[in-house]
Design a protein around this ligand. Structure first.
Ligand code: PDD
Length: 274
């Protein structure tokens, strides 16, 4: 496998990340995960745009064309028709100091690729989730490398026999640790509005468009954990998990405890789009 680090394409096992890369000790950077289906990068421009915006929010300047070029090269050199492609941009390499590096220190790009298949079992059977307090920072719209809260909370979910932790602030559902959350009640699709409390998922945006095309009303507004548990259907979305039905929340069954009809409709529409 070929990876990319700081200007070079290398065999995966030849990559040596500099310990002075600010990604290492500060998590000072941003990232994207894109899905390659049949040799095509899915919703490529949307991911590029979000990466540039995330970088801008933390005052890193990146050249979108350069990133696009690296990602295309990664795809072409690896020739994996179905894969997840990761790319991160850190603030650069300089001895550890909290202040930004001096003028002239360039952002550093890291990219690697993994062969993956579509999560067909989870998409058919659904998954269990638990709810947790969302104690993350207040800039969750930035796809930052700092994922300590997310990893701790995801592990807590796993430890309690669930697949994902659905987060809430004062009882209002924000998103999952690595997914966006949707609830369907009386035919209306509900999801948290795209503000600083969630990452505006590219899959989230895509699903909203699919719903609109299918005449499913969409309400982008926070809802409560109680509303979630009483929903007719619930699902989570992400680049790698696509549209995954949620069959229980804190051991409370959703609907009949199986994937719901609206969810299936959206899954079908999604599949046609990839
Ligand atoms: N996670 N919310 C959070 C906190 C996320 O980390 C992600 C993605 C999403 C869904 O976004 P998208 O639909 O653009 O993938 C929502 C990626 C896949 C990850 O960290 O692996």
């Amino acid at each position: 496998k070929i990876s990319y680090y700081n200007g070079e394409f290398l065999e995966d096992d030849q990559v040596a990340v500099d310990y002075n890369d600010r990604a290492v000790y500060f998590g000072d950077g941003v990232y994207e995960v894109v899905r390659i289906y049949d040799n095509e990068i899915f919703t490529f421009e949307e991911h590029l745009e979000r990466l540039v915006n995330s970088a801008k929010e933390i005052r890193i300047k990146i050249d979108k064309d350069e990133i696009r070029h690296i990602m295309i090269q990664m795809k072409e050199k690896n020739k994996l028709p179905n894969a997840a492609l990761y790319i991160q941009v850190s603030r650069g390499i300089e001895g550890r100091t909290h202040l930004f590096p001096k003028e002239g220190v360039k952002p550093v790009v890291l990219s690697f690729i993994n062969k993956i298949e579509r999560p067909v079992d989870a998409m058919r059977e659904g998954v269990k989730v638990v709810t947790r307090d969302d104690y993350r920072w207040l800039k969750c719209h930035i796809k930052s490398l700092n994922l300590l809260s997310n990893t701790l909370l995801k592990q807590e979910a796993k430890d309690s026999g669930a697949t994902e932790a659905i987060l809430h602030r004062d009882g209002r559902v924000t998103e999952g640790t690595s997914t966006n959350v949707f609830a369907i009640k009386d035919g209306v699709l509900h999801t948290h509005e795209a503000n600083n409390l969630i990452l505006n998922g590219i899959t989230r945006q895509y699903v909203i468009k699919l719903a609109q095309a299918l005449d499913i009303p969409v309400k982008e507004e926070a809802f409560t954990v109680d509303f979630l548990k009483e929903a007719d259907e619930v699902f989570i979305t992400s680049t790698t998990q696509e549209i995954t039905p949620v069959i229980s929340v804190d051991e409370v069954n959703i609907g009949d405890g199986i994937a719901g009809e609206v969810t299936k409709k959206l899954q079908d529409a999604f599949e046609k789009g990839i």
